[in-house]
Design a protein around this ligand. Structure first.
Ligand SMILES: Cc1cc2nc3c(=O)[nH]c(=O)nc-3n(C[C@H](O)[C@H](O)[C@H](O)COP(=O)(O)OP(=O)(O)OC[C@H]3O[C@@H](n4cnc5c(N)ncnc54)[C@H](O)[C@@H]3O)c2cc1C
Length: 507
């Protein structure tokens, strides 16, 4: 790997030949600004930052990296919370994809949009809203979707910014990719792997599902430059209701939330979204007034809301009636219809709350906040066990929290499939640099417990979660070797994010 200053300037010169002087830099302010994203704990400063404008430029940069044995870290919006988009341990080239942010094609016949991967979820939705009768990509990215990109979402298997209960994760809607492989060659996956097919419309066929090789790969298998996603007409009839789950104990409120989610998920009703916020999270949303009217919300416990859609107003009314009946039988209190009265479902669906609900989570204490994020998928039944584990970990670490000063620990549940949920846990801390190592260890111990005690399935793996997975021994020897073999075949020179999952140290 490149280290000396003269080596770096040679690489810089070569990249300048590709993108010009304006879009590549090794200046300190630029390098250090790319060393930060939403967490300060995981550290890494790149040698060079480059902002290509085309697939061909990406390919040429990757070839230069191979010739000079320089590591590369792809980056979209940089909203990763787990060290995915910066070079942990320093050095290398960060490829910022956000200049590649065009919508290339909207195929209304097959209902597929093709984009460059540096476009954000909010930009894409805004674009599609204006097409013909108004469309959207179903699953509308992560909760960071105002800045997070399609490439980051596909690389992190994201969900959480809306639509997941109906459409799954964003990868479930992707029908094909263009990828620059770690050695610089460009390939298409899905239907367009056949060079005689000009339209992306299906991911499956032509043999193995090679799109899947790049989904949730945190960028280790290549750089996604273009993606084709299914699109859907914007739902004409949308309804939402929010309920207060006030009980005598936290445990009972969790159990009640689990029961309601399960009944809603199994109801057969078209539910677009289900979200549950614990009592303390609901309080934080209110106190910090993510939105001004929240201050008047009359909430006592945790809150749970649904968003349902219908093709006709009659269908919508029937859906609402059915879901409200389940809520009533479960003894949870329906809040009023306005946002002021606590209807977060309305804020979520009508006012883009989908991309704002998590800001308070990880941004609560300002830009130096440590996030300790742990999002995972788990069967709905296991929610109380997950929360028990989380509380146990919090109690074991009370002393550490008080040393660091400040902090909130909490979790949120997102319905993301009729058979399972997504549990988002995290804690906001404002640590001093000398506490980073202690916090890293604390964080990793939580991740390891989730993986080994509950079989937790994290999806944005970044650097720390991939390491926790491998170090915990949860992967069989054979499976891990299989991962190493694939990485070695695609990336023989260990160029792209070589430390993730600790793969490159094995070949
Ligand atoms: C407030 C907040 C809320 C969040 N909510 C959610 C949520 O609800 N759900 C969720 O899943 N995540 C969430 N996240 C985490 C993160 O923002 C998302 O996972 C998001 O999808 C990352 O997208 P990005 O464009 O910012 O990617 P980056 O942070 O830039 O990168 C993410 C990973 O993808 C790789 N990558 C990026 N672009 C490419 C590309 N074109 N080709 C190959 N690899 C690439 C990077 O190397 C990195 O490993 C949240 C973060 C914040 C700060």
């Amino acid at each position: 790997m490149v280290r000396s200053l003269s080596d770096i300037s040679t690489v810089l010169d070569k990249i300048q030949d590709v993108v010009g002087t304006k879009y590549v830099s090794n200046s300190e302010p630029i390098r250090y600004s790319y060393a930060r994203n939403a967490d300060p704990i995981l550290k890494g400063v790149p040698d060079i930052v480059v902002r290509p404008s085309s697939t061909e430029e990406v390919s040429r940069i990757v070839k230069i990296a191979n010739e000079t044995r320089t590591k590369i870290i792809p980056r979209g919006g940089g909203a990763d919370l787990t060290g995915g988009a910066k070079p942990i341990g320093d050095g290398g080239i960060v490829i910022d994809m956000t200049r590649m942010n065009n919508v290339l094609d909207v195929d209304l016949g097959s209902r597929v949009v093709t984009v460059e991967c540096g476009i954000s979820w909010s930009e894409l939705c805004e674009y599609l809203r204006k097409v013909d009768i108004g469309y959207y990509p179903g699953s509308t990215g992560p909760a960071s979707g105002f800045g997070a990109t399609i490439g980051g979402g596909l690389s992190n298997n994201s969900l959480g910014g809306g639509g997941a209960q109906m459409y799954g994760a964003v990868t479930d809607q992707c029908v094909g990719l263009e990828v620059v492989l770690p050695t610089g060659e460009i390939i298409q996956t899905g239907a367009r792997a056949n060079k005689y097919m000009k339209r992306a419309f299906s991911r499956h066929g032509l043999g193995p599902d090679y799109s899947g090789l790049f989904f949730g790969d945190v960028g280790i298998h290549g750089i996604k430059t273009k993606a084709s996603l299914n699109i859907y007409p914007l739902p004409e009839y949308v309804g939402f209701n929010t309920f207060d789950i006030a009980t005598t104990s936290d445990q009972r409120s969790i159990e009640r939330a689990r029961d309601v989610i399960k009944k809603w998920q199994h109801s057969g009703v078209k539910i677009h979204d289900i979200y549950f916020y614990t009592e303390s999270y609901a309080r934080v949303l209110k106190i910090f007034q993510v939105k001004k009217p929240f201050i008047t919300m009359n909430i006592q416990g945790g809150i749970i809301f649904y968003v349902t859609v219908g093709n006709t107003s009659r269908e919508l009314d029937e859906n609402i009636e059915h879901l409200n009946k389940i809520a009533k039988e479960s003894n949870i209190r329906k809040l009023g219809p306005t946002i002021e009265e606590g209807n977060l479902g309305k804020w979520f669906a009508e006012e883009d709350g989908r991309w704002q609900w998590a800001h308070i989570y990880w941004g609560l204490l300002g830009p130096a906040t440590g996030s300790l994020g742990t999002c995972l998928k788990t069967p709905t039944d296991t929610l109380p066990a997950y929360v028990d584990l989380y509380n146990r970990w919090s109690n074991e670490n009370t002393k550490n929290f008080s040393k660091i000063g400040g902090g909130t620990a909490d979790f949120i549940v997102i319905g993301c499939h009729p058979h399972y949920i997504d549990v988002t846990g995290g804690i906001s801390l404002k640590p001093k640099p000398e506490q980073y190592e202690m916090i890293y260890n604390m964080w990793k111990s939580l991740l390891t417990a989730q993986i080994t005690e509950l079989g937790g399935m994290h999806y944005w793996m970044g650097e720390i979660i991939g390491h926790a997975l491998v170090d915990s021994g949860a992967l069989s020897k054979e499976y891990y070797q299989f991962m190493i073999n694939i990485k070695k075949t695609l990336d023989p020179n260990k160029i792209i994010s070589p430390n993730k999952f600790r793969l490159a140290m094995h070949y």
